[in-house]
Design a protein around this ligand. Structure first.
Ligand code: B12
Ligand code: SF4
Length: 473
């Protein structure tokens, strides 16, 4: 039994960036919080600044539900205006936002999420606007930026309350207190599997579903902040995961599912393999996607076959770099040999190598151009598509601390300067032009891989081409 009647407004802010793309990107944490609070008697309204019923015609959807957001060029913030690219606000227009704000039932509290640290202008702008319209309503900020940079958020975004880390219980307790509204919490929400499914019914133009089979990760890689965001590593019951997928298929009639797990393949015999076998038994017509990099060392023949048979369409492998020493220093969970074995297993299972993608990281401190090119070539020699990911130091990570210690960045760096488009330019070998050429080079090799060509393979032509390449970039 829950008391009810309190209205909450939940907001997913705009993205301000040089580039943004809807790569199965939902504010999943906020959608979890929405259903959790509904289950405790609150009435929830939702404004998603990135999508709208009205602007849907302007959002070009590509295959599998991903696509571009509506884009509006805005003034580039002073601190990054040396970057020769246009700065934009992605999502609905400000007037559409204000129009929606005025239509919803007057809220008793406003809850705003935040994702990338360098997207803080989004929540900041939202707080300004909602304060003008609802000056006396408490504003709560949570999410990744709020968890990693609470002090910055307090001073710059200026919400009334900040919640760090997993938000379901914390926000419930806070709302009880600030709204003077005790809620009967004699509920069964003790484990992840007890949580109600994320509230996808609130999302305008829902085209895909994001699914989490676990929270957190048992590792602690030098560049990753998950330890400061997610709770202790815990996995859901495989049967419950399949039940959730079946529920969403029935309710939304959608086929595309993207896994949001940090570490999907951990404990694979008891977890992902069981989930996939059950999905096969259920004979569902689905397409699965893993935009987050997968642990390659876990992809044995059986897992590869299960992935093929459950229709994994987007497979992104964590590779990062061909430099084994650096890799050990970063996390030690991938090896060149392990990468070859994983690709072989996936090919044996039925994929063509060029269906697969591998993340290569660029712009790491002290990473030179040769290392990046070698890594791209290694992936291309396997026939796999390269996905360049740009390194940027994330607050609270070892890489961030190292960059501060070595004087590369000040401790209180404006998060805008850690934007993934900008930060790699600080590496000694990479200026904007080189960065652009490396991207073009990897696109060219990706096209070659689609035609089963590896121009830089270990043969005489390949060796000679490598020499020419080094001289020309
Ligand atoms: C899924 C994911 C993605 C997805 C989509 C993300 C999205 N929504 O747009 C994809 C694959 C596209 C992606 C891409 C990237 N990502 Co990413 N991603 C994640 C990941 C693994 C999970 C995020 C998530 O949804 N978790 C699930 C939900 C349930 O948790 P949550 O959001 O934290 O929500 C909880 C709390 O935060 C809180 N909460 C959330 N909102 C609110 C609101 C209120 C009011 C309250 C009270 C509480 C609250 O309660 C929630 C429930 O417990 C995180 C790592 C992590 N463990 O967080 C990295 C992470 C967010 N990504 C990161 C990075 C670096 C990237 C990339 C830049 C990588 C690259 N170099 O290309 C790209 C670029 C993204 C872009 N669009 O520009 C970094 C963030 C760095 C930063 N500076 O902020 C993270 C933290 C990983 C890391 N390396 O440490 N990512
Ligand atoms: S990078 Fe991946 S494996 Fe490493 S700590 Fe983060 S989530 Fe875990």
């Amino acid at each position: 039994m829950h008391s009810s009647g309190k209205n909450l407004l939940l907001i997913n802010p705009w993205i301000y960036d040089f580039t943004a793309f809807d790569l199965w990107s939902q504010p999943l944490g906020l959608l979890y919080i929405a259903s959790f609070l509904r289950a405790h008697g609150f009435v929830v309204s939702y404004i998603d600044c990135l999508r709208s019923e009205n602007t849907s015609a302007e959002v070009k959807s590509k295959k599998y539900g991903i696509g571009n957001y509506r884009r509006e060029i805005v003034e580039t913030p002073q601190i990054v205006n040396d970057i020769p690219r246009k700065f934009a606000r992605y999502g609905i227009s400000e007037s559409e936002f204000v129009g929606k704000l005025k239509k919803i039932p007057a809220p008793d509290a406003i809850l705003i999420t935040s994702v990338m640290t360098y997207w803080y202008p989004g929540p900041s702008q939202i707080v300004k606007i909602v304060r003008e319209i609802y000056p006396d309503i408490p504003i709560v900020l949570g999410g990744i930026y709020a968890s990693l940079l609470p002090e910055h958020a307090k001073n710059v975004v200026k919400p009334d309350y900040i919640i760090e880390g997993p938000g379901e219980w914390q926000v419930l307790r806070l709302l009880e207190e600030i709204l003077n509204h005790p809620v009967d919490t004699d509920t069964e929400f003790k484990r992840l599997d007890d949580y109600p499914y994320p509230a996808f019914d609130l999302v305008p133009n829902l085209r895909y579903i994001c699914i989490m089979t676990s929270r957190g990760c048992p590792f602690n890689c030098s560049f990753c902040a998950q330890k400061h965001i997610a709770a202790k590593f815990s996995q859901r019951n495989p049967e419950k995961v399949v039940e959730e997928i079946v529920y969403h298929i029935k309710k939304y009639k959608l086929r595309d599912f993207a896994f949001y797990d940090d570490a999907l393949f951990i404990n694979k015999e008891q977890h992902i393999k069981v989930i996939l076998r059950k999905l096969i038994e259920a004979k569902l017509s689905i397409r699965l996607h893993t935009p987050n990099g997968l642990f390659t060392r876990d992809i044995d023949e059986e897992l590869a076959t299960l992935m093929f048979n459950t229709n994994f369409k987007t497979i992104r492998l964590s590779y990062e770099t061909s430099n084994e020493d650096r890799r050990k220093d970063m996390n030690n969970k991938i090896s060149n040999e392990g990468m070859k074995i994983a690709v072989n297993n996936l090919v044996k299972a039925g994929y063509s190598a060029s269906d697969l993608e591998a993340y290569v990281i660029m712009g790491l401190p002290e990473q030179n151009l040769d290392e990046i090119l070698e890594s791209i070539i290694f992936v291309n020699n396997l026939g796999v598509q390269v996905r360049l990911a740009s390194f940027s130091p994330i607050p609270k990570t070892r890489e961030f601390e190292r960059a501060v210690r070595s004087g590369v960045i000040p401790e209180n760096i404006d998060p805008l300067l850690t934007n993934k488009t900008i930060f790699p330019l600080k590496s000694p070998d990479l200026d904007y032009e080189t960065f652009r050429k490396v991207r073009i080079f990897s696109h060219m090799l990706n096209e070659a891989a689609k035609k089963n060509m590896a121009p830089f393979a270990e043969n005489t032509i390949g060796k000679s081409l490598r020499r020419i390449l080094r001289d020309s970039i």
